[in-house]
Design a protein around this ligand. Structure first.
Ligand code: SF4
Length: 161
C-alpha cells in the first residue's frame, strides 16, 4: 500500500505541540499509519521551531498571505516567525508532491494546520474564518485539506480507493 494522506503529527499523539502537551491519538489514524497509508508531519517542528514554543497566531486567518511571502505571523512575544512557518509549509507541499497525495487531515484552528478557522492574531482567544499557512499552501498545491472534525469524510474517501 502506498501513502494516501498527509496528517498532522499531533493527531497521532506525537509531542510536537507548542505547549508540549500530548493529544490522544485517533485510533483510525494509528490503524492507517500501521498500514503505511500516512505521511506524518508537524510543519512547525519541520520549520525549525522547538517544543515547547510560544503560541503564534496568523493575523486575520490570512495563512495564504504569509505563504506568499508576507511578514506578520508573530508569537505571543511579538517575534515574527513567518519564515519558519513558510519553511514548514514548503516541506508539507514537497511531501504531498513526492507521494502524490490528494488529501490532508490537519489539526483544526492551528496557525499552520487550521483549514477553516484560526485565532485572529490578537491572542485573545478570538477565532476567525481563515486558514493556517500549511493548510493554505497545500490547498494552493491542489491538496484537499480536512480537519479532525471531518474524519468521517476522510474515512469515506479512504474506503473508496
Ligand atoms: Fe504541528 Fe500542526 Fe500539530 Fe501544530 S497543529 S503541533 S503545527 S502538526
Amino acid at each position: 500500500l502506498k501513502p494516501r494522506l498527509l496528517v498532522s503529527a499531533c493527531l497521532l499523539g506525537q509531542r510536537v505541540r507548542y505547549d508540549g502537551r500530548l493529544l490522544p491519538a485517533y485510533p483510525q489514524l494509528l490503524a492507517w499509519q500501521a498500514q503505511g497509508l500516512l505521511v506524518v508531519l508537524c510543519p512547525e517542528v519541520a520549520g525549525g521551531l522547538p517544543v515547547p514554543r510560544l503560541p503564534a497566531e496568523v493575523p486575520g486567518g490570512q495563512g495564504e498571505l504569509i505563504w506568499r511571502g508576507a511578514a506578520g505571523l508573530c508569537d505571543s512575544q511579538g517575534h515574527d516567525v513567518s519564515q519558519a512557518f513558510r519553511h514548514g509549509a514548503a516541506q508539507a507541499v514537497q511531501l504531498a508532491q513526492q507521494h502524490d497525495l490528494r488529501w490532508a487531515l490537519l489539526k483544526a484552528r492551528s496557525p499552520s494546520c487550521g483549514n477553516q478557522h484560526t485565532y485572529d492574531g490578537s491572542f485573545t482567544g478570538t477565532l476567525v474564518s481563515g486558514e493556517g499557512v500549511t493548510a493554505a499552501a497545500l490547498r494552493l498545491a491542489g491538496v484537499t485539506v480536512f480537519c479532525e472534525d471531518q474524519l468521517a469524510d476522510v474515512e469515506r474517501l479512504m474506503l473508496d480507493v
